[in-house]
Design a protein around this ligand. Structure first.
Ligand code: 5RP
Length: 227
């Protein structure tokens, strides 16, 4: 089955997580575009959406779905977005579409993050894809040098300015054996706006489109039992 069909199947499966009357958080990318199409089919049952990019806002509005400013939204039960990679702990690399900062903000607000992806995005260990980092333009060279110190090979993404007016560095060959630590270390560099590692706040559910249907991965919460 074509990859795009797998993205579509996963995205439509996310509809069952949408609660009627609520505002839905919507991500960015070709998989999320399918989710917006799916959302349009139930648009009269939702209050509207908050969006992680101008491109997703345009698509939502083209269906007549109201797009809210996140500052006016106090409850966000659900955020649906794609990923460039996702592991079994539901940690992700995101930002292939350069929307990582707004994606991370909406993910932080949402109660439940549902990641929709085709099976090619599922990995045992993160790091096959480059790690996108949004940086303040004047800090690009400084941050590149710091990333080299961390073992990475940064590459300036040409001709891309984010919705926030910043630039993207795609970093190859970073050691991702401890994604949470790496996320913290990169976040701490002055001039970094956002790192596309979603490890501290990963997804809560992943819907993975496969040729045999949609696989559902869920976070397992280990209970601490004390006598
Ligand atoms: C955009 C993203 C996307 O979710 C990610 O790049 C996946 O894209 P696609 O669904 O087109 O494969 O993080 O910043």
């Amino acid at each position: 089955m074509a990859r795009d069909q797998l993205k579509k199947t996963a995205s439509w499966a996310a509809l069952k997580y949408v609660r009627s009357g609520t505002i839905v958080g919507v991500g960015t990318g070709s998989t999320t575009a399918h989710f917006i199409d799916a959302l349009a089919s139930i648009k009269h049952q939702i209050a509207g959406a908050v969006s992680s990019s101008e491109s997703s806002s345009v698509r939502l509005k083209s269906y007549g779905i109201p797009v809210f400013d996140l500052n006016d939204v106090h409850l966000l039960p659900l955020y649906v977005d794609g990923a460039d990679e996702i592991n079994d702990q539901l940690q992700m690399i995101k930002g292939g579409g350069a929307a990582l900062t707004r994606e991370k903000i909406i993910a932080a607000v949402a109660d439940c993050f549902v990641c929709v992806a085709d099976t090619s995005k599922r990995v045992e260990k993160l790091g096959r894809a480059p790690l996108p980092i949004e940086v303040i333009p004047m800090a690009r060279s400084y941050i590149s040098r710091q990333l080299i110190r961390l073992g990475g090979w940064p590459k300036h993404r040409q001709n891309v300015i984010t919705d926030n007016g910043n630039v993207i560095l795609d970093v190859y060959h970073l050691d991702m054996s401890d994604p949470i630590q790496l996320e913290k270390a990169i976040k701490a560099l002055t001039g970094v706006v956002t790192v596309g590692l979603f490890a501290e706040r990963g997804a809560d559910v992943a819907l993975i489109g496969t040729t045999h249907g949609v696989s559902i991965l869920q976070k397992i919460f280990l209970q601490n039992t004390q006598d």
